[in-house]
Design a protein around this ligand. Structure first.
Ligand SMILES: Nc1ncnc2c1ncn2[C@@H]1O[C@H](COP(=O)(O)OP(=O)(O)OP(=O)(O)O)[C@@H](O)[C@H]1O
Ligand SMILES: Nc1nc2c(ncn2[C@@H]2O[C@H](COP(=O)(O)O)[C@@H](O)[C@H]2O)c(=O)[nH]1
Length: 220
């Protein structure tokens, strides 16, 4: 039998526009979250990357507006004070934050965005956008391997690596706050798992559009 709303065609409720997914990836420094986020973006060119603001110096090979927006502490504090940052935190003694404008634009357009931020940022973004955030915590296979990766990356001096290893324990202590956790032992597997999480988030019912029109007739 034809469901009633389908019989009365025009009275069927319009479809809910698709909401973008805010995929927050956190991990102790060196566990591989940027590598995984970059691989996701390479596999999914539509996926936007939230470019953070930081007060740290650029590393060799990093460019303004691509890896970070590099700002002075004064500029950073001004952005935080005027509400230009959706979240911000002090990480390893420096300021890091997420510019608000690009996130709001992405959500308005139903675009998905990936965030490479720490646990403090995750808490704040989840509180600000409770319906939009899906979060993933990336663990290294061991602390020894984490330290090997930080040295292997060759981007930080020994003192900075020691600081990041100390902070790693604090970061890992928050793993249960996340929706998903993966262990980044085999990189290809970790990327595939992260992609599955993104795909599953996209398929959540509240985010759908473009479904066959008959489904509107089956709303309770
Ligand atoms: N599964 C893996 N096996 C071996 N090396 C890996 C793996 N995943 C990532 N790496 C390497 O580990 C290093 C750290 O990775 P990456 O820079 O992505 O870490 P991160 O978590 O984003 O760190 P940060 O928070 O400091 O930005 C890089 O040199 C990367 O190539
Ligand atoms: N709360 C936020 N944390 C951020 C943001 N961008 C990056 N980060 C975190 O900082 C560390 C260090 O990054 P690095 O590039 O200096 O190695 C990283 O592990 C992220 O967790 C942000 O916008 N907000």
């Amino acid at each position: 039998m034809t469901p009633s709303r389908e019989r009365h065609g025009p009275s069927a409720r319009p479809h809910v526009a698709r909401r973008g997914v805010c995929l927050v990836i956190s991990a102790p420094s060196g566990a591989g979250k940027s590598t995984i986020a970059n691989a996701l973006r390479a596999a999914e060119p539509q996926l936007l990357h939230s470019v953070s603001v930081t007060t740290r110096q650029p590393r060799p090979g990093e460019s303004e507006g691509v890896h970070y927006h590099f700002r002075t502490m004064e500029q950073f504090e001004q952005m935080a004070a005027t509400g230009d940052l959706l979240e911000w935190a002090t990480v390893f003694g420096r300021g890091y934050g997420t510019p608000r404008g690009p996130v709001e634009a992405a959500l308005a357009e139903g675009r998905d965005m990936v965030f490479d931020i720490d646990w403090q940022g995750h808490r704040q973004i989840r509180a600000a956008l409770p319906d939009d955030v899906i979060s993933l915590f990336v663990l290294p296979p061991s602390l020894a391997e984490l330290e090997r990766r930080l040295h292997g990356r060759a981007s930080d001096h020994a003192e900075e690596i020691a600081r990041r290893m100390t902070a790693a324990r604090d970061e890992i202590a928050h793993w249960r706050e996340f929706d998903h956790v993966i262990v980044n032992t085999d990189l290809d597997q970790a990327i595939a798992e992260a992609r599955s999480i993104l795909v599953a988030a996209r398929l959540q019912t509240a985010r759908q559009k473009g479904l066959p029109t008959f489904v509107a007739s089956f709303e309770g």
